[in-house]
Design a protein around this ligand. Structure first.
Ligand code: PEP
Ligand code: MG
Length: 572
């Protein structure tokens, strides 16, 4: 009998196929060999997992009600002490180094050794303490397995045309799965502005997130329909349902093909306002897509992919080769290279792991902390600027001091290159992303010292409304129409106008046609959107009389009532 599951549609499109379930969070441990060069990263991964386990236990301990038996607290204290013991820290690290195995296997090996000792004990009470070992080991393993890339899990699998269902997937997993040719993806957690979802859209892989407990209802190899528009999954569909979804698949394709007529027309509103439409690039494969839709440039080139699915840091030459290829592929279009925005939900192996990653060492903070990672990228961007119109963009700015630090480093690198006779564009444009409310509120500071600004609504909304963009439980609060968000956007545009520098928007809001008129009404003239939506946005711009959007857009800044805001938006 057919059944349906409901989540959040995070990447549009319909897929029909068999499902493969990724069970990464089971405590079944696989052994695999690592290279000598990966030992340090593997030991760091182990240390992170132990730290996370400790943090989690401390939190649990803090929340024990005072009425609870004291035994419970002492039970947790025992586990905390064990997590500090060399048996769980140094010994598994030694095993990793000696046997070149993965961290999970080292923990399991150590667990087996400890359990053998407990089993040999005469004392019945002490023998039962082996349970504590198992609890602590399970806790460490859960953290290790949760952050482990899918690499080993899917290495020998044939996933082409299949739908992948997992508890959660990282952006790195998404890239990997796209190489396997999956047809769609489903996750129990996650939301529409997670980087995994953004990547899936860029890769044109339909997806549904927030399907709580889906793995309980779906069986391996079952036939599913995934409706990424509606956020619905249908299991064991009958023939009629299948036929109707196949017809919808064909209709969507037809609509997308019809937009092709707009490729060569200008992006000018009905009342003659020219709007600069650029493309967002997540992966090198997007360059072709950007060129195909005739974007005026690349408004956001996310470079995190360079750091994914590997244990080492990309070298300057590797960065440079990538940027040169990008310049070749876009034949003279300006390219805005955003420096690495690592951290938050964009995890890399050996990167920062924190209890509150979105508020932690992320983006520019991480880069300023890790010059060995940042400087090669900056040097490569500078060198690439000799070959084409390249701009540099800094993510996650919160304080003007961060801008000044980067400008200082860039100046130092320019001097180095000049002294070595290496060419670069001395006037390279350096801009910043406005995606932290502090930066939006003080956008004038940033407008004064930078050449351009770009509003990252994905983060701006998350931080302004205190809504984790990857937490599906609070997704309903993620509202681009909230006046707090709109005022930050309007204020940033104003600051740019006052200082005569361009202000773009490159967050997902810019690529959602329902907001195009509102943004035009607020004065936005530079949009950077994913190539798959660029023509739809152009279509909207061409149908819009901007002068008629200004009043309603400004009314929205002062409208407290959500229903009325929806009505105002619909009236545009
Ligand atoms: C944003 O935050 O809106 C943005 C474009 O950056 P990212 O989604 O990569 O964080
Ligand atoms: Mg961002």
């Amino acid at each position: 009998m057919s059944f349906s599951l409901h989540g959040v549609g995070v990447s549009r499109g319909i897929a029909i196929g068999k499902v493969h379930i990724v069970e990464r969070d089971s405590v079944e441990v696989a052994e695999y060999a690592i290279a000598l060069s990966e030992v340090d990263a593997e030991i760091a991964r182990l240390a992170d997992a132990v730290n996370q386990a400790k943090m989690q236990l401390r939190q649990i301990r803090e929340h024990i009600p005072t009425s609870a038996a004291a035994d419970i607290a002492s039970f947790i204290d025992t586990h905390l002490l064990m997590l500090d013991d060399v048996a769980f820290t140094e010994e598994p690290a030694r095993i990793i180094g000696d046997t070149l195995c993965n961290a999970e296997w080292a923990v399991k090996t150590q667990r087996d050794a400890l359990v053998r000792i407990f089993d040999e004990m005469e004392d019945a009470y002490l023998r039962t303490r082996r349970d504590d070992v198992d609890h602590v080991v399970a806790r460490i393993l859960r953290h290790l397995l949760r952050h482990q890339p899918l690499r080993h899990e899917v290495a020998d699998r044939h996933l082409e045309g299949m739908i992948v269902l997992a508890e959660d997937l990282s952006p790195a997993d998404m890239v990997l799965l796209s190489h396997h040719g999956i047809a769609a993806y489903l996750t129990e957690f996650g939301g529409p502005t997670s980087h995994t979802a953004i990547l899936a859209r860029s890769l044109d892989i339909p997806g549904v997130a927030g399907l709580h407990r889906a793995r309980r209802y779906v069986q391996e190899n079952e036939m599913l329909i995934v409706d990424g528009d509606a956020g619905v999954v249908i299991g064991e569909p009958d023939e009629r349902t299948l036929a109707s979804y196949r017809a919808r698949q064909a209709a969507r394709l037809e609509f997308l093909n019809s937009l092709a007529d707009l490729v060569d027309v200008e992006s000018v509103s009905d009342d003659g306002i020219t709007v600069n439409l650029e493309g967002n690039v997540e992966l090198p494969s997007d360059f072709q897509a950007v060129a195909a839709v005739n974007a005026l440039g690349i408004g956001l080139y996310r470079t995190e992919f360079l750091f994914m699915n590997r244990a080492d840091i990309p070298s300057e030459e590797e960065h440079l080769a990538t940027y040169r290829t990008a310049i070749e592929k876009t034949a003279g279009l300006p390219i805005t290279i955003r420096t690495a925005d690592i951290g938050g939900d964009k995890e890399i192996e050996g990167g920062p792991i924190a209890a509150n990653p979105a508020l932690g060492l992320r983006g520019i903070r991480y880069c300023l902390r890790e010059p060995s990672l940042f400087r090669p990228q900056l040097r490569a961007i500078l060198r690439a600027s000799a070959d084409g119109p390249v701009r540099m963009m800094l993510p996650m700015l919160a304080n003007i001091s961060e801008v000044r630090q980067v400008l200082g480093i860039v100046q130092g690198l320019k001097d180095e290159l000049a002294n070595a006779g290496v060419s670069f564009d001395a006037n390279i444009k350096i801009g910043g992303m406005i995606e932290v409310p502090a930066a939006a509120t003080c956008a004038d500071f940033f407008a004064r010292e930078l050449d351009f600004l770009s509003i990252g609504t994905n983060d701006l909304i998350q931080y302004a409304l205190a809504v984790d963009r990857v937490n599906d439980e609070v997704n309903y609060l993620y509202d681009p129409l909230n006046p707090a968000v709109l005022r930050l956007i309007a204020h940033t545009i104003e600051a740019g106008n006052d200082h005569e520098i361009p202000v773009a928007m490159c967050g997902e809001m810019a690529g959602d046609p329902q907001y195009t008129r509102l943004l035009l009404g607020l004065g936005l003239r530079h949009f950077s959107v994913h190539p798959t939506t660029l023509l739809e946005i152009k279509h909207m711009i061409r149908l819009t009389d901007v002068s008629r959007c200004v009043d309603v857009a400004h009314e929205l800044l002062n409208e407290a009532e959500p229903r009325r805001r929806r009505e105002l938006l619909a009236s545009l």
